[in-house]
Design a binder for this molecule. Structure first.
Ligand SMILES: [Zn+2]
Length: 376
């Protein structure tokens, strides 16, 4: 490998500017293999000597997979963003650099990391593998599932970009979200059976019993159980024929996390009124990311700062669940993600690009396939 060039912050900002201007806030509507963000990344990575393959899975799910040489370490970053909220005071799609901060939609979550990856690929000829996806914010997991099906065996570990202040994160909570549609029988509330026939009454009874499970000693204790939506009915003198409850919880990481999460789900379902008629549906279930001890040694060998556990969910859990050890590592703070006037600090971009460079350098020295000090 020839000596890597130092990465200039201007190079990272050039990439970030291009990616931010490529609106990817509604991937299900706009994301295809020809989306400007995908084409830009493909152009940079092709020029950097990578083989680049773009796969359009439909429905806004597009994968870009770039490789140069053989490496056992995979980088992953999503290129989709949330929609800009009405509180933005700047143009969300025009990168604005001011006093050490780069403002733009997705600058923090997580196009800044993608810009760092592109800059790293350009500034060295070390082996590198980058997988960019487009359906993270929608929580579909289609991109990662498809990628794993095709390429998982090639890699020994994955570095998933999300905002971690450029520190390596080994664990985070899971996230499980559901909806229940309670059904009742509409009628006049003067009837003797009004109380038991109301869908809203059923929903409230279920909710209060569910909250008991989240109290100390309950099966959901410590899981951040939350009922986020409860709606239904039409008037105070009409028995509610329907009511909807949306809720979620966030199981803590541990070797038993998935088992405990399933126990929580089972307990919540058991609380449903007997006799059926109420529809339970899953909205999203993502496992917790529990530490893979082999990754501690690997990250220390890279010389990257170890971070504390985080509470937000990432797709690192999907790789880990498929047997591929994963860490989360990206520039910026989660506090700015999804926020109006989202920004990433320039020193975070520099720090993260430096970390990615060390990973690439280290990956180069890692013996391929089996054995060696870094192999998990
Ligand atoms: Zn993200």
């Amino acid at each position: 490998m020839s000596k890597p060039e130092a990465i200039q912050i201007e190079t990272i900002l050039t990439h970030l500017r291009a990616l931010v201007s490529a609106d990817s806030s509604e991937p299900e509507r706009t994301m295809t293999a020809n989306h400007p963000a995908m084409l830009y990344a493909m152009g940079v990575l092709t020029d950097a000597g990578c083989d680049v393959e773009i796969t359009d899975l439909g429905g806004g799910c597009v994968n870009l997979f770039a490789t140069r040489g053989e490496t056992r370490t995979l980088f992953n970053c999503h290129l989709d963003t949330v929609k800009p909220n009405p509180m933005w005071t700047r143009d969300p799609f025009a990168l604005d650099v001011e006093q050490g901060l780069a403002y733009g939609l997705g600058a923090c979550d997580i196009k800044g990391a993608a810009a760092c990856m592109l800059a790293v690929a350009q500034s060295t000829d070390a082996p590198i593998a980058i997988f960019l996806s487009s359906d993270e914010e929608g929580g579909k997991g289609v991109c990662v599932d498809s990628f794993l099906g095709a390429h998982a065996g090639r890699f020994a570990r994955v570095v998933v970009a999300e905002p971690t202040n450029a520190k390596a994160v080994f664990q985070h909570r899971g996230f499980a979200s559901f909806e229940i549609d309670f059904s009742g029988t509409a009628g006049h509330t003067s009837g003797a059976d009004a109380s038991s026939e109301s869908a809203i009454h059923k929903a409230i009874k279920w909710g209060s019993e569910a909250l008991e499970l989240a109290r100390p000693g309950g099966v959901l204790d410590g899981s951040r159980f939350n009922i986020g939506v409860i709606e239904g009915g039409t008037a105070s003198n009409v028995i509610a024929a329907s009511a909807k409850v949306r809720f979620g919880f966030r199981p803590q990481p541990s070797p038993e996390a998935n088992e405990l999460a399933q126990q929580g789900i089972d307990a919540l379902r058991t609380l449903l009124p007997k006799g059926g008629g109420d529809a339970w549906s899953e909205r999203f279930v993502g496992p917790a990311l529990s530490r893979d001890d082999s990754m501690i040694e690997v990250v220390e060998s890279w010389g990257i700062e170890l971070g504390a556990d985080v509470d937000f969910w990432t797709e690192a859990a999907l790789f880990s669940a498929a047997g591929l050890p994963a860490i989360v590592l990206g520039p910026g703070d989660i506090a700015q993600a999804h926020a109006s006037d989202e920004f990433v600090a320039l020193d975070q971009l520099e720090k993260c690009a430096g970390a990615y460079m060390r990973i690439v350098g280290c990956a180069l020295q890692t013996p391929m396939m089996t054995g060696g000090t870094h192999a998990p």
